[in-house]
Design a protein around this ligand. Structure first.
Ligand code: HEM
Ligand code: HEM
Length: 194
């Protein structure tokens, strides 16, 4: 793992923490994912399962597309920031396998945060259903092909669920460190630290 200089803010002698930028990007991502997954499930249930294709369903789809599209660029920026600036050294009390597992999960989350919205964008390009609130169209990434669109959007949905499961495991680990191990892991990412 790259060890940078800039993102490490010394934590008043209690171990290094992520930089304010890294922490802000982390919590912005968390808020967006917490909206996007229920929104995706609700709009798809309302449209595909209940077969209600009214203004509300359209608005849910448009919100999902717009927020997801924004998230793609946010995640790309976050990944570039991470690659350029690195992360603080691991919490020293972690076992080797805990370090390995957490790094694996973090990189998998970064990967999914890019692949999931990218597949959504490719899916609506293939469908095609690029309009956002009937105000403007997102740029098309592929020529229309409805069959391919259904397959791509199905993979999009499954990978979004995988992202949700990984995020749950990740949150469980953060809480485990805070409540059971009582170490400094959660503090490294808390907002509002000096
Ligand atoms: C990280 C960002 C995203 C997350 C977490 C996410 C999550 C989801 C979820 C959970 C579903 C429901 C899947 C299902 O019911 O099986 C879904 C459906 C969908 N998503 Fe996303 N999504 C993201 C980004 C995007 C983007 C950027 C677009 C397009 C620009 C998009 C377009 C769609 C569409 C069109 C569907 C409905 C598929 C259908 O009706 O079968 N998503 N998404
Ligand atoms: C959608 C939900 C979430 C996603 C996608 C996510 C993603 C990530 C990623 C990619 C990292 C790696 C940062 C890096 O090394 O550059 C990270 C670190 C971290 N996250 Fe999250 N996170 C989520 C939710 C949460 C929540 C709710 C908590 C707290 C309860 C949390 C606590 C932490 C902590 C403490 C770290 C630093 C771990 C360490 O120092 O090794 N995360 N998160």
């Amino acid at each position: 793992m790259t060890q940078g200089h800039d993102p490490v803010t010394p934590g008043a002698g209690r171990g290094a923490v992520y930089s304010p930028t890294a922490r802000a990007l982390h919590w912005l991502t968390v808020a967006a994912v917490f909206v996007m997954i229920p929104l995706g499930l609700a709009m798809s249930y309302r449209g595909n399962t209940l077969d209600i294709w009214d203004g509300l369903t359209d608005a849910l789809y448009s919100t999902h597309k717009l927020l997801g599209f924004t998230m793609l660029w946010l995640s790309a920026g976050r990944l570039i920031y991470r690659l350029v600036h690195g992360a603080p050294p691991d919490e020293p009390t972690l076992e080797w396998w805990q370090k390995a597992a957490s790094h694996l999960v973090h990189w998998a989350l970064y990967g999914l945060l890019l692949i999931v919205p990218l597949l959504g964008w490719i899916g609506i390009s293939l469908f095609p259903s690029l309009t956002v609130f009937n105000l403007f169209d997102l740029p098309a990434l592929a020529a229309p092909n409805e069959e391919a669109a259904k397959r791509v959007l199905a993979v999009h949905g499954w990978l979004a669920i995988l992202l949700a499961f990984l995020a749950c495991g990740h949150i469980g680990a953060a809480l485990f460190h805070y409540v059971i191990r009582k170490d400094g892991v959660l503090r490294r990412m808390l907002p509002g630290l000096k």
